[in-house]
Design a protein around this ligand. Structure first.
Ligand code: 5GP
Length: 204
């Protein structure tokens, strides 16, 4: 059996990664989502153990010491991290695993998991990005300015990813990511087992 893909999706805050990933998961129930841990407070409607594991700083730092994260980063004054958890196990079972993390974390995963599939989601324009962040209504002017400044820096890092997907509409962005995943599943290096099976096939 082929190992599942490790799919890393990042993009500037406000691009709509959360919505795109949620729709991808809704359409692909076989896709495993890696739930991150964070020290930031839950937003309205967010559920512990579903959107994030919401931890206090002490517990998060304890987990860092225990080596419990594949990667972690401090983003806008809060910790965010990917628990090692079941990622490898799921991939060995042939399941694809989705990580939605920031660029700092993704760069660390690039080093640790060079076989990962790195997808960078971008907004159609920076003014559209600002409009989307304002629409979320959870930011002060200061934190909005901070997020827009960070977005410019993050976009530059996007050049290191394998694919870039414009999030003009959620439907189109999801379709593009599904196409990328389908192509990855057909990559020769992900199908070595298939070659061995065919080469040793004695039936004809
Ligand atoms: P938010 O507070 O809007 O949910 O997320 C803020 C940023 O943290 C986003 O760019 C999000 O992708 C990133 N993030 C979420 N989970 C993780 C994680 O496990 N690791 C890292 N490095 N970043 C994360």
């Amino acid at each position: 059996m082929n190992k599942g893909l490790l799919i890393v999706v990042s993009g500037p805050s406000g691009t709509g990664k959360g919505t795109v990933c949620a729709e991808l998961l809704a359409q692909m129930p076989e896709l495993a989502y890696s739930i991150s841990a964070t020290t930031r407070k839950p937003r309205e409607g967010e559920v512990d153990g579903k959107n994030y594991y919401f931890l206090d700083r002490d517990r998060f730092e304890e987990m860092i010491q225990e080596g419990g994260f594949l990667e972690y980063a401090e983003v806008y004054g809060n910790y965010y991290g990917t628990p090692l958890g079941k990622i490898q196990e799921r991939r060995e079972e042939g399941k694809d695993v989705l990580l939605e993390i920031d660029t700092q974390g993704a760069l660390k995963v690039m080093d640790k998991c060079p076989d990962g599939l790195f997808i960078f989601l971008v907004p159609p324009s920076l003014s559209e990005l600002e409009r989307r962040i304002r629409g979320r209504g959870s930011e002060t002017e200061a934190s909005l300015a901070r997020r827009l400044g960070a977005a410019r820096q993050e976009i530059a890092v996007g050049r290191r990813y394998h694919y870039v997907v414009v999030n003009d509409t959620v439907k189109q962005a999801v379709r593009r990511i599904q196409s990328i995943m389908a192509a990855e599943h057909c990559r020769v290096s992900n199908n070595i087992d298939k070659f061995e099976e065919l080469e040793h096939d004695e039936s004809k």
